[in-house]
Structures are given as C-alpha cells and as structure tokens.
Design a protein around this ligand. Structure first.
Ligand SMILES: *Cc1c(COP(=O)(O)O)cnc(C)c1O
Length: 404
C-alpha cells in the first residue's frame, strides 16, 4: 500500500468502516503506463462494467480513447459524466429501448451480437446511420482461461457462418456502416497468450474480409487482460504486449486495432477496508469475523480465490478482558453473513491479527462492490473514499481519434 493510501486508511473512522478506498493517483499512473506501452495505432477503451465509479471514470478520461458500455444504464451514466467521450455499446440482449437510446445518443460504435439484433437496429434507424462491428465467436482453442466467452458454444456474438446473413442485410441498407469485427473471447490471459490470440484473430479477420470483398477498417479484440489475485505483483505485461503488437500491426497496415480492458485497468486501485469484529477457534482453526463481507466484496466468492490483504494494527482496546487474537497461524477471514460461503480469504497465515485491527483487502477496484449482492441481510453499505489526485481530472475533450 502506498504511504498516502495507508494514511487515508488510518484516518478513516470506525463509523466509516467498511469502506471502499480508490487510489486515483495510482490509477492515473497505471493507465498512463498502459497507454505508453501501446502502439499509437491501438485504441484503448475502458470497459465501464468493471467499475463505473464517477471519479474513476473522470480519472481515466483523457488517457483512454473512450469507453465500452454494456447497457443503457452504463451508457446514460458515462454520457452524463463525460458527454464528449466516444462510446462503444456492446453486450448481449440489448432491448429495443436501449438500442433506440444508443442511436439517440449517437454512440460511436454498436457491437452487434446477432442477426436479430441487426434487424431490430435497422428497424429503429429511421433517418439515422449506425457504425457497427459484428461480434464473432471464433472456434479458437483458448486453453485454460479464467472466463471463456468464445471458442465454445456461448451466447456471445455469432458463429462465423452466421455473419453472411448479416452482410447481406448490411449490403442492402446504406444506413448501416460495417466498420469491422468485434471479438471478446476470453478473460484472464497473459500477455503472451493475448498476443497469440490477437494474431490468430487478425489473420482470420483479414482472410474473412478478403474472401467477402470487404474493406475491413477495425478489429476490436475485447478485454480480458489477466489479473492474478494470488500474485498481486505479477501484473499483465503491458510493455511486452505493446511490443508484440507492433509486428502484428505492421502485417495489417490498414487496420485500427481496438482493445477494451476493464479488470486489468482498475483492479489494483481499489481497497476494501474493514475491521475484525471477532476471532474464534473452531476445532483449533482460527476464524476472523470481519465487519462487512462478500455482500460488499463478492470477488473472492465469485472467482473462488483468497482476496489479498494487509493488516493495519489498531492498538486501541477499550475492554477490560483479554483481546482475542491469532498469531503466526492460518486464519480464515469471513464476513457477517449467515452462510459458509461468506469467505474473503481461507487459511492465510498471519503474523498477528486481533479484534479491532483493520484489514485492507487489495485488488478491489474492479468487479468488486458493483457485482456484490448488497441487499442480502440488510447490513449497512460501505462508505466510499478517494485518495486525492493532485492533477485535475479530465472532463472530456481530448478525443480526436475516433471519428466515424
Ligand atoms: C467484460 C467485457 C470486457 C472487459 O473485460 P475485462 O476482463 O474486465 O478486461 C470487454 N469487452 C466485453 C465485450 C466485455 O463483455
């Protein structure tokens, strides 16, 4: 934890806990490093569904080329905060209302998931135009990945054979402009695996376009850059990814490559800070019961991992009895929910953990609060805090690149 972040954790009052703390300067530095590692020809969108906290989005604005939104709600939220920011609207199961709203909002790109969706879109266009990418589920061998959206039967995108019918529809409707293809096939990939996949995807896409006589301008290869919760310091190797993309892009000189990572951008800037309420021993195994739990931070339950954490000792002990503690032994950190699934970290050895100490869970900046089941058991919600950014956040404006 950076000293400035630790300082904020210590200054939180007990009443603030549990708390989410977002380190905005760290986020800014991280997104700058990502941008600097990527070749100029790669456009970087941020997938808002990872974490759409307004101050996070404002911090990212100006360092990314736009935002990927996956619902009408995210579209309104992002456009409300950053009216100038280019947006790509993707995701399965778009309602007619959402499509109409996307057209009204003039989104820069629509990622079309099926022939039916394309027909719906055409029916809503009236005098307007739409720039679309067709989302494809390629039959690639993904090996072991955290989440597979493609390479197997899935509800995402279309099988390559289904694209032909979409091409016929697009050819007969000049209001729909086919910009290219979209593929978001897997999540949890290393830089080397991601590069191999991009290579395979681009080769296939160019062949496909050539075969159909299409002038392919863009390929969006999605997100899914890996985040290793077991090894917080092993981050996705953006410099290697960027360097590996250069020769690939040289082989496809007319193509704009777009990526839309979420988790790998914001996971590291977030902390879920809480406090030990009780420590007990069950059949000699130590359990620390924390304020809050997986209804605030569902990530470890959803992904079945131990959320990494730091202990921040608090020497205040107001009670006249001995302070319960665990010492040099494995402890299971659980929340306040009445279910054995409410586990944040399992049998992790701690030097010392006492009732009243604070625990700050790291890597809680993506798919954390926003994927959690907040209403379960009616506990109070966490409070939200931001480590301040010395630089003013962008309000939009510096988005010259993505012109339809
Ligand atoms: C969720 C999602 C992303 C972001 O994925 P990460 O694993 O967070 O990088 C990008 N594109 C699409 C289409 C998605 O559904």
């Amino acid at each position: 934890m950076r000293p400035a972040t630790l300082d904020r954790v210590v200054r939180l009052t007990d009443d603030d806990l549990p708390a989410y703390l977002y380190d905005l300067p760290a986020l800014r530095e991280h997104v700058r490093a990502i941008r600097a590692a990527l070749p100029d020809r790669v456009e970087l969108l941020y997938a808002a569904k990872a974490n759409a906290d307004p101050r996070i989005l404002r911090t990212l604005a100006g360092h990314v080329d736009g935002f990927e939104v996956a619902s009408g709600g995210e579209l309104s939220h992002v456009r409300g905060l950053l009216p100038e920011a280019p947006t790509a609207f993707g995701g399965p199961g778009k309602t007619p209302k959402e499509l109409a709203r996307a057209l009204d909002a003039g989104v820069e790109r629509l990622h079309v998931e099926s022939e039916h969706e394309l027909l719906l879109l055409a029916g809503l266009l009236a005098g307007r135009t739409a720039d679309v990418l067709l989302r494809v589920n390629l039959p690639v061998d993904l090996g072991q990945v955290a989440l597979a959206m493609g390479g197997q039967p899935s509800p995402f995108g279309m099988d390559p054979g289904r694209l032909d019918r979409c091409l016929e529809l697009i050819a007969s409707d000049p209001r729909i402009r086919l910009r290219g293809l979209h593929l978001h096939l897997a999540s949890g990939l290393t830089a080397a695996a991601q590069l191999a996949l991009v290579d395979e995807v681009l080769t296939w896409a160019e062949d496909w376009a050539h075969h159909h006589g299409i002038d392919l301008c863009e390929v969006n290869v999605g997100g899914g850059m890996g985040v290793d919760y077991a090894h917080p310091h092993r981050k996705f190797d953006w410099p290697a990814f960027g360097a590996g993309l250069r020769p690939l892009l040289a082989r496809h000189p007319h193509l704009t490559l777009r990526i839309e990572p979420g988790r790998s951008v914001t996971a590291y800037c977030g902390w879920y800070v809480t406090q030990v309420l009780d420590i007990k021993f069950s059949r000699r195994q130590a359990f620390a019961v924390l304020r809050g739990g997986t209804h605030h931070l569902r990530t470890p339950a959803a992904k079945q991992h131990d959320q990494p954490f730091e202990v921040i000792p608090d020497d205040d002990w107001p009670w006249p009895w001995d302070r319960p503690e665990a010492r040099d032994e494995p402890v299971t950190l659980v929340g306040q929910l009445c279910t054995p699934k409410d586990v944040l970290a399992r049998r992790v050895t701690v030097k010392r953990l006492r009732v009243g100490d604070r625990v700050a869970f790291a890597m809680a900046g993506a798919y954390a609060w926003n994927i959690s089941h907040h209403a379960f058991l009616m506990h109070p919600h966490p409070t939200f805090h931001h480590v301040e950014d010395a630089e003013p956040s962008a309000t939009g404006g510096a988005y010259a690149r993505q012109t339809p």
